[in-house]
Each structure stands twice: as structure tokens, then as C-alpha cells.
Design a protein. Sequence first.
Length: 170
Amino acid sequence: MRDVLLMLIPSLLVGVTVFALLKIYLKSQTEQLNHEYKAERLRLISPVRLQAYERMVMLLERITPSQLVMRNMMPDGSAAELQSALVGNIRMEFEHNLSQQLYISSNAWELIKNSREAVIASINAAASQLADDASATDLAQMIFQYEMNKEFSTVHKALEFLKNEARQLF
């Protein structure tokens, strides 16, 4: 019996040691595979996220009141026609970029939505101050005045937030 114990104890020690070493090895292999998976996922997703930030910056630039007016100006049109064109253009731009919210933060998306609403509100406020027979040029001038009076608009705040967030990612 003593001989069996003398042979069994070293065998058990070797078995426990092998088991512990295998467990450590397998854990390190699993961690390495997880790290490689995350790195690959980051390599694939990063360009898409960067493109989303680029598109959101472009959206904000395109819905800046001065940019909108320059792209949609109709010198012979009425203020109501220009107002409708501007608001329609904002909505179209926004809808075109809805899917990009998947790749940016919730805070950034909220700022973008708030910017869109603020620009629409300022266009509508400018239009409401004009007479019914006002021209598109009158509305454009009123929108430019509104834009100049705001020192740091919601669009600019959203732009700065997006730029800072994108810089932190990369």
C-alpha cells in the first residue's frame, strides 16, 4: 500500500501541475484571440465610424442658414417659396443621413437633431416677421441677420462637439 501511495502522490502532483499549466495556457490563448478579434473589429469599424462623423459634419455645414440660402436662393421667388425650399432641403439632408446615428454617440445625435430644429425654427421666425408679399431676397436678408446676431449657434456647437468626439476616437 505504501508503494502505491509513493507512486500515486507524485503522479497526482504531475497531473495537477499539467492541469494548471493547461488551464493557464488556454486562458492566455482565449485572451489573445479576443484581443485579435477586437483589433480586427476596430480595424473594420473605424473607417465606417470616421465616415459617419464626416457625413454628420457635412450635414451640419449644409444646414447652416447661410449655406442653405446660397444653395436655394431664388431671386424671383417669394419668401414663402424660399422658406418651403429651405425647410424641405433641411429635412431631405437629415433623412438622407439618418442611418449614421448608429456610428456616433447619442449626445452627438441629439445635438444634430437640436441643430436641425433650431435652424428650421430660425427660418420660420424670420419668415414670420415678413409681410405676406415679401420676396425671397427679403427672407434671405432676414435669415442672414438672424445668423449674425447669434454668436455661437447650435449648429456650431454641434460641429465642435462632433470634431472633438472624432478626435478622441482616433
